[in-house]
Design a protein around this ligand. Structure first.
Ligand code: F6R
Length: 600
């Protein structure tokens, strides 16, 4: 994972690098570091913890005589969180930062370089290895080329070598882009951040070695021209406005971004769908693939396709798909879902099915991501940048995308009547206004329910049919930002084991839309009450009485099958947010997590 930055020729190297590292903190925040350099010296500062620590530590460091800087924010993979394992790794001749994993570092350590045994970091081994090559070869370019030939893994490096006063960028698997204006160059693992500085950007390709020398950028591995593309800045997602956290801001943004996404689907992507995509969907099997929250969106998509089309559909965790055999005889379309388009497990699953010549679609919020470059077709979501680590608006946009896709496929294959198609599309078109009101009306209830949750040690989420993945997502949201123990179950499974967990110290949230399964969900609730478990029922049904038990039900707007995931997920996001707020956790950057998981 991690985030990396490099800058050459800016009037404010240190401040600019720190500013970019703060924007990159979503990729990890275990430790951070910077190296300033000029042709006679390299100065490195590292710290444990967030970028604010690095900022404090480097406060008195003057950057005016330096020509460039590299920086890093770390999410620990190899080696514990400490100052030594923080990047950059540097000495008086060389400094480097890396995003990714060098898989053969142990072999390198054995075969090539004499390194102290206590070194834990794959990148520190790589640093020693490159130093060794720089001593062995006269030309730093040759050393870099040999380095790249020998190291294995998915990585992006930013490197400064004092010997020839040159700056190198290397890429294989992990993203890195470079932007420039006149003599100033910025490199970053997140291209969207570069658009705040320059509007001409180049995304490095796998195998690329770029060298910047005397203000000129060139490719070392071949003579292909480096073509910088135009990139425009749309809005500043890093401005929290009136909100205390990005997560709350992003929850409130959902009506707006869902509206934008739906409008663009109506007028662009899904227009004339059959003509554009008949061939793509000429398959007998559909497999939806993602990780974490994106996987929950896949599961919801599975219920949509199952309801509206006659396709055989299933969902797979990307991290597991790669170990499964691929049916080469079956005509299968794989639909990948990823907010970042960079999640390594999902990217690897995509590359894996491509080896079997399978066709793929990517639903993503990041149009410049690696997955977009790998997939056959891209369906964009227009959630705008999501900064909070816990996914909210990107998730609901993914669900919207899958809802539209299933309706269009159903219409094309004539498995939905024209009137049902129109009715469902209308529901999606009017959804943003319904959600705006829901967020406003439900917020006080969410605060109240969040207080009730502080009475328990564990929280369970139950749902049936399309509410089941909503329950899983509700549980994931709660545990990731509040650290409360939590699990999601299909309601019907409770009596097959999980009900043993219920006692007075547990809270169970029953997701009970007012549909044909409502009574069954209520029975689940009653079984829990009978075992002294505490209950919250989320439903659009007004008040509920089952047997002698009166159950309190915060009332939600009347749902339809297609908008159920939105109407029930958003209240769950709000409850988790307010509970975590009461717990005092770091909501936007919860412990042990990172926004973009670019390691396997
Ligand atoms: C949870 C969350 C993660 C991501 C997962 C996949 O709130 O955000 O579970 O959904 O890491 O990330 P993407 O969608 O970028 O592939």
């Amino acid at each position: 994972m991690c985030g990396i930055v490099g800058i050459i020729n800016s009037n404010s190297l240190k401040n600019e690098a720190i500013d970019i590292l703060k924007k990159l903190e979503y990729r990890g925040y275990d430790s951070a570091g910077i190296s300033l350099f000029e042709k006679n010296r390299i100065k490195t500062i590292k710290s444990v913890g967030k970028i604010s620590e690095l900022e404090k530590k480097s406060k008195n460091l003057l950057d005016k005589n330096f020509t460039g800087i590299i920086g890093h924010t770390r999410w620990a993979t190899h080696g514990i969180v400490n100052r030594n394992n923080a990047h950059p790794f540097s000495d008086e001749n060389l400094t480097l930062v890396c995003n990714g994993i060098i898989e053969n570092y142990m072999e390198i350590q054995k075969r090539y370089v004499d390194i102290p045994n206590n070194i834990q970091s794959d990148v520190e081994v790589s640093f020693y290895f490159l130093s060794y090559l720089l001593n062995k070869y006269k030309s730093p370019d040759e050393a870099i080329k040999t380095f790249l030939k020998i190291i294995k893994g998915n990585y992006a490096f930013v490197i400064y070598i004092k010997k020839n006063n040159s700056f190198y960028l290397l890429k294989n698997g992990s993203p890195i882009s470079i932007s420039h204006k006149d003599k100033s160059f910025y490199a970053c693992s997140d291209s969207s951040i570069l658009s705040f500085y320059h509007n001409r950007i180049y995304h490095l390709k796998d195998g690329d070695i770029l060298k910047i020398d005397n203000d000129v950028v060139k490719r070392l591995n071949n003579n292909n021209k480096i073509i910088f593309e135009e990139n425009s800045v749309s809005q500043n997602p890093y401005d929290k406005g009136k909100f205390q956290h990005y997560m709350l801001k992003e929850i409130y943004e959902q009506p707006k971004v869902l509206k934008e996404t739906q409008q663009r689907y109506n007028s662009e992507f899904f227009l004339d769908f059959a003509n554009k995509f008949q061939k793509l969907f000429d398959v007998n099997k559909l497999i939806l693939v993602g990780c974490g929250t994106a996987y929950h969106a896949c599961m919801i998509g599975e219920y949509y396709f199952n309801k509206f089309t006659n396709l055989d559909v299933s969902s797979e965790l990307a991290s597991e798909l790669r170990y499964k055999n691929i049916n080469t005889k079956q005509k299968t379309l794989y639909i990948f879902v990823s907010q970042s388009g960079e999640t390594m497990d999902t990217l690897m699953a995509l590359k894996y099915i491509k080896k079997y010549n399978k066709t793929s679609v990517i639903i993503t919020n990041s149009l410049q991501s690696s997955m977009v470059r790998e997939a056959d077709v891209t369906i964009p979501t227009y959630a705008l940048k999501e900064v909070g680590v816990a996914s909210t608006k990107a998730f609901t946009c993914q669900v919207l995308s899958l809802a539209n896709l299933s309706l269009e496929v159903a219409k094309m294959n004539k498995t939905i009547s024209n009137s049902d198609y129109k009715k469902n599309l209308k529901i999606l078109n009017t959804l943003p206004d319904k959600l705006k009101k829901l967020i406003k009306d439900f917020s006080p209830t969410a605060k109240y329910l969040a207080k009730k949750m502080s009475l328990v040690n564990s929280c369970y989420f139950l749902g049936r049919n399309i509410s089941y993945p909503i329950a899983l997502e509700g549980s994931l949201k709660l545990k990731e930002i509040s650290y409360m123990h939590s699990e999601g179950f299909p309601g019907g499974e409770m009596k097959h084991g999980p009900i043993a967990l219920i006692d007075k110290n547990t809270m169970t949230v029953c997701i009970a839309p007012n549909n044909e399964l409502y009574e069954k969900s209520l029975s689940n609730a009653q079984e829990i009450i009978a075992r002294n478990g505490k209950i919250i029922i989320l439903s659009s049904a007004k008040r509920t009485k089952k047997g002698n038990t009166e159950m309190s039900v915060p009332s939600l707007p009347k749902e339809n099958f297609i908008d159920t995931p939105f109407i029930y997920s958003i209240p769950l996001q709000l409850i988790s947010y307010y509970f975590a707020l009461n717990e005092g956790t770091d909501i936007d950057q919860p412990r042990n997590l990172a926004k973009s998981v670019t390691v396997e």
